[in-house]
Design a binder for this molecule. Structure first.
Ligand SMILES: Nc1nc2c(c(=O)[nH]1)N[C@H]1C(S)=C(S)[C@@H](COP(=O)(O)OP(=O)(O)OC[C@H]3O[C@@H](n4cnc5c(=O)[nH]c(N)nc54)[C@H](O)[C@@H]3O)O[C@H]1N2
Ligand SMILES: Nc1nc2c(c(=O)[nH]1)N[C@H]1C(S)=C(S)[C@@H](COP(=O)(O)OP(=O)(O)OC[C@H]3O[C@@H](n4cnc5c(=O)[nH]c(N)nc54)[C@H](O)[C@@H]3O)O[C@H]1N2
Ligand SMILES: [Mo]
Length: 770
């Protein structure tokens, strides 16, 4: 028996120490400074198992033979041929050179969306972009799957999207000053487990306990009662999905009808309020927006809506809006309507008043935020400016040369020949995966770099096995995190995998840009360099001392300079002239000149209720259910899907779909039954989980089950909701993803169905067996 060695490390779900004996992980201990560590930390043991790892660089046999003239329908079914690293990186470099030479760099898509690991040095998509920028550029993406419609509309109406990313009122001020808190979506420890780039301490619970202790009146507006912890006293308003904008506007209309809107705030701090008021009182379209009107759309009682509207103006009130609300068709509207409602109430800029977005959607949003510079690899200057809105990937691949709009501009989709994905899993994250499957046959070549044999890697021409973060040294930390964390190498690389930096360094070398890529530094040289940039900035700009690199590395953490007790827009409220916002008017935009000129039906000149493409109130869908796909509690997206925390949430070898017990009884579905969810886009299986904490007519299937289509029909057996979801932009303005807009049918499934894990494994064996 060897001695147990301890390695400080970090992932998006928190910091921990890995205990290793004789090269094997024998324990995972939570970070001592974390009051609420995530159970997912234990699942990292899975990374050390070879079962689903890519163990060797591989090339699809048809591509190896015919290159860009291969039969692309073979992707995902044709066998892979193992190759050496030297051959693999030569093939990659040659292909980048060929495509950029023959077709120009815009025909290379390296947007490569995805969360990869939390290490900021080996950050796969940053290193890919750094490499490609040195090689002449690439087509990238803007915005994220998390937030797109939201920041686009807030940039236009608030002049910035910081209120979406953790710099609206911090939760400490809400916990101390708010009297009425309306939560649209969730304030959930489930999502607050994660933070992009790692998190040192999970602080949500502390703030929620204080809210409970102060006896704040809390209203949870969500189809799911579990969106707040059960120990926080709250009224539950089980709203119909995708109708929050109507509820917000109905309350705004009630306030206006009673003459209680803050005229002083509206005239000093907003522009275009007259357009919104004309919509609310019905002079624009003949329909008065009030509690009765909203009740009809949202499926909530009108008297409660009217009462809450009065409470908003009678007490110090705060609206929080989860990111999920804007991942829906017309997702711009709830974000803008909340801003409109808060402006009518007139408490924006006061402690505990106003509106903010994304609280607890990530662990750092609403927590104290980092005033220092967080570590990160530079992607270097972009030689070309070619991009798509992130979720328009299938549109782009299917429609080269077609035009589309974004933020008021008309642009053209490039013709993509080569796709390079590193650290993301589009066969997890994108909507309407069967449509993505059709789009995926368009590029001549697809390269995927990932530790895991994901559904995306299965469908690549060249697969490069990256190692996981525990097989190399790295550094974690982000703009919201209270710590910078050391990520020590704990085990040797699994199989023939290599670090992302080593892979790109070799490719950059073969492209003739190696020295500019690595700047003469090795792994530890880079970590020291990146840490010292943050340390020097904190000392020089903020007079904040951080330990020297060696001390940091040894102890595993360093504290960051944090901002607490932040009241968003306080200066602006006091003096809007001197603190003008970067909007068309310098004020909060409630009626937009720009959008009036653009004249879009799906994003109008003021916040409005616009019916989504699919929802419970639409005619002709009796017996169907609104499917929401929330973030999984036991893993991050598709990562560590086989880990214990993730498996604990599955039953019968597949993901569970939450369904109202009364609905289930009507359908003859019992708890634990296998059910089939379907619509015209696809079908999947799931295990029924009956509950009275979900609105009737709504079902929830978490994201992240590994895409496992089977048989000729392609029935997905693991429970991946993205075979069902809708792949359309949120609007012509924002073009975000609309994942939460999706109607499905459900039935008890009586056909044969094996264990999804086994079926996934069989597929891997068929693809990669030598
Ligand atoms: N229906 C529906 N779909 C959704 C959502 C929804 O609400 N509903 N949410 C969306 C949201 S908000 C998001 S952010 C996306 C998430 O989508 P993704 O970010 O694509 O999901 P992940 O599973 O985190 O994928 C990360 C990939 O990186 C790999 N990886 C991990 N570490 C490393 C590394 O060190 N190097 C390399 N090269 N690879 C690594 C993992 O194995 C994994 O394949 O999903 C979106 N999809
Ligand atoms: N454990 C874990 N944590 C995560 C992640 C993960 O994969 N696992 N992913 C992280 C990422 S990348 C992101 S972007 C965030 C996302 O953070 P969020 O977007 O906040 O998370 P979701 O779980 O998608 O949605 C939160 C809740 O919103 C409710 N909801 C959905 N649609 C509507 C609606 O139309 N109206 C109302 N009122 N409520 C609605 C649902 O009941 C759902 O439970 O989570 C992060 N945190
Ligand atoms: Mo996200």
């Amino acid at each position: 028996m060897g001695a147990i060695r301890r390695y400080p490390h970090c992932s998006h779900w928190g910091a921990y120490t890995i205990l290793v004996e004789d090269g094997r992980i024998v324990g995972v201990e939570p970070f001592a400074h974390d009051p609420a560590p995530s159970p997912i930390i234990d699942s990292i043991r899975e990374w050390a198992r070879p079962d689903r790892r890519v163990l060797q660089p591989m090339v699809r046999s048809g591509w190896l033979e015919k290159r860009e003239r291969s039969d692309r329908s073979g992707r995902g079914s044709e066998k892979f041929v193992p190759v050496s690293w030297d051959d693999a990186t030569t093939l990659v470099a040659d292909e980048i050179r060929r495509v950029s030479g023959e077709h120009g760099n815009a025909s290379i898509f390296a947007g490569s969306y995805g969360w990869t690991s939390c290490g900021r040095f080996h950050h796969a998509s940053s290193l890919l972009k750094r490499t490609m920028n040195l090689a002449g550029g690439f087509t990238g993406h803007v915005d994220t799957y998390s937030i797109a419609a939201g920041p686009v509309i807030l940039r236009h109406t608030l002049g910035s999207d910081v209120a979406c990313g953790g710099q609206a009122n911090t939760l400490d001020t809400i916990a101390e000053h708010t009297e009425t808190l309306v939560v649209f979506g969730a304030l959930s420890p489930r999502t607050a487990q994660s933070e992009a780039g790692g998190i040192g301490s999970h602080a949500l619970e502390k703030h929620l306990r204080r809210i409970a202790e102060r006896g704040v009146k809390v209203v949870l507006v969500s189809p799911l009662r579990d969106d707040l912890p059960d120990w926080l006293p709250a009224e539950w308003w089980p709203i119909r999905p995708n109708t929050d904008a109507a509820l917000m506007l109905g309350m705004a209309g009630e306030i206006a009808k009673a003459g209680r809107h803050d005229r002083d705030f509206l005239s000093r701090c907003t522009s275009g309020a007259d357009r919104l008021l004309a919509y609310l009182d019905g002079s624009e379209d003949g329909v008065r927006k009030d509690a009765d009107w909203a009740a009809e759309i949202c499926g909530l009682p009108a008297d409660a809506i009217a009462q809450l509207a009065r409470r908003l103006v009678d007490t110090r009130s705060m609206l929080t809006v989860s990111w999920s609300l804007q991942r829906a068709h017309h997702g711009e509207q709830p974000f803008w309507a909340a801003l409109g409602l808060a402006s009518m109430v007139g408490q924006i800029g006061l402690p505990g008043g106003g509106v903010g977005y994304g609280y607890a959607s990530l662990g750092g949003v609403g927590a104290h935020y980092n005033l220092g510079k967080s570590p990160g690899m530079s992607q270097l200057a972009k030689p070309i400016d070619s991009f798509i809105p992130v979720a328009r990937i299938s549109d782009m691949l299917l429609n080269p040369g077609a035009s589309y709009t974004y933020e008021g501009q008309t642009r053209t989709y490039p013709h993509i020949r080569l796709v390079y994905w590193a650290g993301g899993n589009p066969y997890h994250h994108h909507q309407d995966l069967n449509r993505l499957g059709r789009a995926w046959t368009r590029p001549e070549t697809i390269i995927v770099q990932d530790p895991m044999f994901t559904a995306t890697a299965q469908r690549a021409d060249i697969v490069l096995p990256a190692n996981t973060s525990i097989e190399r040294n790295d550094i974690a930390g982000n703009k919201r995190s209270d710590f910078i964390l050391a990520m020590h190498k704990a085990i040797d690389p699994v199989g023939n995998s290599r670090s992302d930096f080593a892979i790109f360094d070799e490719i950059a070398g073969k492209l003739g840009v190696g020295e500019r890529f690595n700047e003469g530094r090795d792994e530890m040289g880079w970590l020291r360099h990146l840490y010292n940039i943050s340390r020097d900035d904190a000392a020089g700009r903020l007079g904040f001392d951080m330990p020297d690199f060696d001390t940091f590395w040894e102890q595993g953490w360093a504290r960051c300079p944090m901002k607490t007790d932040h009241v968003y827009l306080a200066e602006f409220r006091d003096n809007p002239q001197d603190n003008a916002l970067a909007t068309e008017s310098g004020r909060i935009v409630l009626g937009s000149e720009t959008l009036a000129r653009l004249d879009y039906a799906d994003c109008r000149e003021h916040p409005a209720w616009i019916e989504p493409a699919e929802w419970l109130g639409a005619a002709g869908n009796a017996g169907q259910f609104h499917l929401l796909s929330q973030q999984p509690v036991g893993r991050l997206h598709s990562q560590l899907e086989t880990g214990e925390a993730s498996r604990a949430m599955k039953r019968g070898g597949r993901e569970q779909v939450l369904i109202n017990a009364t609905d289930a009884a009507t359908l003859g579905i019992a708890d634990g039954d296998t059910v089939r969810l379907s619509n015209e886009r696809g079908a999947c299986l799931a295990t029924a989980d009956l509950s009275d904490g979900i609105r009737q007519g709504v079902v929830i299937l978490p994201t992240g089950a590994w895409f496992t289509p089977t048989g000729n029909s392609g029935l997905e057996v693991a429970g991946n909701p993205n075979v069902l979801t809708l792949d359309v932009g949120t609007s012509q303005f924002g073009q975000g993803c609309s994942a939460q807009t999706c109607m499905v049918s459900i039935e008890r499934y009586t056909g044969a169905s094996g264990d999804a894990f086994e079926q996934y494994h069989e597929k891997l064996v068929a693809l990669a067996a030598a």
